[in-house]
Design a binder for this molecule. Structure first.
Ligand code: NAD
Length: 361
């Protein structure tokens, strides 16, 4: 039995979640996956009911779940409430509470959508990169930090980039194990020529690599990695890096694929329990209009089946159904060409659903 917690969130969150739930329930029934579903509140929706963006009830549900699928949280109606109560705090809260230290951001470009990228078709068509970013350490959390006033009266801002051996080791293991399920190549990104913290990073990643003789390890300085991502992105399989470099590189890699409506993500703890969510926000500008692309959430659901529940077959089926739907030209507005027809959120969900039904018939 796998307990799945669904957190639809706010604005387009419930719209895209409805499509993911429809497909997960169908696969559960057809393939006897033994999934159970529970709904919970996070973000603005939770604030409205409990006065907290990550209330006690949701915390208990999250601890009890084997995996969590999230829509998106936030909206302008909560912009002026106390900072600690804002929807985004709910997201930070659940990530910290569950100790989700490994952030997985795939950048995958379906050949039928190669025109949506800002790069030339031949450079990105068929792109399939997985960026593994350390999420709970590094310069975003290092102490000491702050803004101080120097003796001469000038102010100085400072942060500390810090990684312990164990933190590096555990994220490296995640990257190597994921590479074993893919093309068996890991590129570790650092700035070991300048920063001691990443000199240690390189040393530890190299040590961990010895336990994965089937995976090929390379190292790259972050400035070169940024350049290579734009110049020849298909050279990468898995990239592993720290919090700051990962933040920047994963957004750059994501944009190679063209649309925010197609980008899934996962954040895992030490036992592969994870929070899965589309990379986009709650898009209040389009909520309630049927314009949201549900595919990022469907792809997040596929990642959830694969990484936390080890249900590879249904994960592959969802991904293939999405590819087939895109190949026949079905598009939501965000990925359609100007003046070309497009389908609604629900119609896109139905198209994937029908494709799966056909495949399993
Ligand atoms: P956004 O990602 O919500 O929207 C950016 C743009 O992309 C908008 O024009 C939107 O219409 C479009 N877009 C987003 N998702 C789409 C989809 N599935 N299909 C089609 N178009 C889509 O970012 P934002 O506007 O900066 O933020 C809106 C709210 O979401 C804010 O409250 C923000 O704090 C929150 N937010 C939440 C998350 C999260 O829940 N993980 C992430 C980012 C932002």
């Amino acid at each position: 039995m796998h307990k799945i917690l669904l957190l639809p969130g706010d604005h387009i969150g419930p719209e895209v979640m409805a499509e993911a739930e429809k497909i997960l329930r169908f696969l559960n029934a057809e393939m006897k996956l033994n999934l159970t579903f529970e709904q919970g509140l996070l973000g603005g929706a939770a604030y409205e009911k409990y006065g907290e963006p990550y209330p006690e009830k949701t915390q208990q549900q999250a601890l009890a779940a084997d995996a969590i699928l999230l829509g998106a949280v936030g909206g302008p109606e909560w912009d002026n409430i106390e900072r600690s109560k804002r929807p985004e705090r709910g997201l930070l809260g659940i990530r910290a509470h569950l100790k989700l230290f490994a952030n997985l951001r795939p950048a995958l470009l379906y050949p039928s959508l190669a025109d949506a990228s800002s790069l030339k078709k031949e450079i990105v068509s068929g792109l399939d990169i997985l960026i593994v970013r350390e999420l709970t350490g590094g310069i975003y959390f290092g102490e000491p930090r702050g803004i101080r006033t120097l003796a001469n009266g000038e102010r100085q801002g400072y942060n500390t980039d810090v990684y312990s051996e164990s933190e590096i080791r555990r994220i490296a293991h995640v990257a190597f194990q994921l590479a074993q399920q893919r093309d068996k190549r890991v590129c570790s990104v650092d700035k070991a020529n300048v920063l001691e913290v990443t000199e240690l990073w390189r040393e530890i990643v190299t040590q961990v690599a010895q336990q994965y003789p089937d995976v090929q390890l390379s190292h790259m300085y972050v400035d070169n990695a940024a350049m290579q991502l734009i110049r020849a992105p298909k050279q990468f399989d898995v990239m592993v890096t720290g919090n700051l470099f990962g933040d920047i590189l994963s957004d750059a890699a994501a944009m190679l694929t063209g649309s925010i409506g197609l980008l899934p993500s996962a954040s895992l703890d030490a036992n592969n329990k994870g929070l899965y969510e589309p990379c986009h926000g709650s898009a209040p500008d389009i909520s309630g209009k049927g314009l949201a692309n549900p595919l990022a959430t469907l792809l997040s659901a596929a990642m959830m089946l694969r990484y936390s529940l080890k249900l590879t077959k249904p994960a592959v089926l969802i991904e293939q159904a999405i590819q087939q739907v895109l190949e026949v030209g079905i598009r939501t507005k965000d990925i359609s060409e100007t003046n070309k027809p497009f389908v609604s959120t629900q119609q896109m969900g139905d198209a994937v659903f029908n494709q799966l039904k056909e495949t399993l018939a």
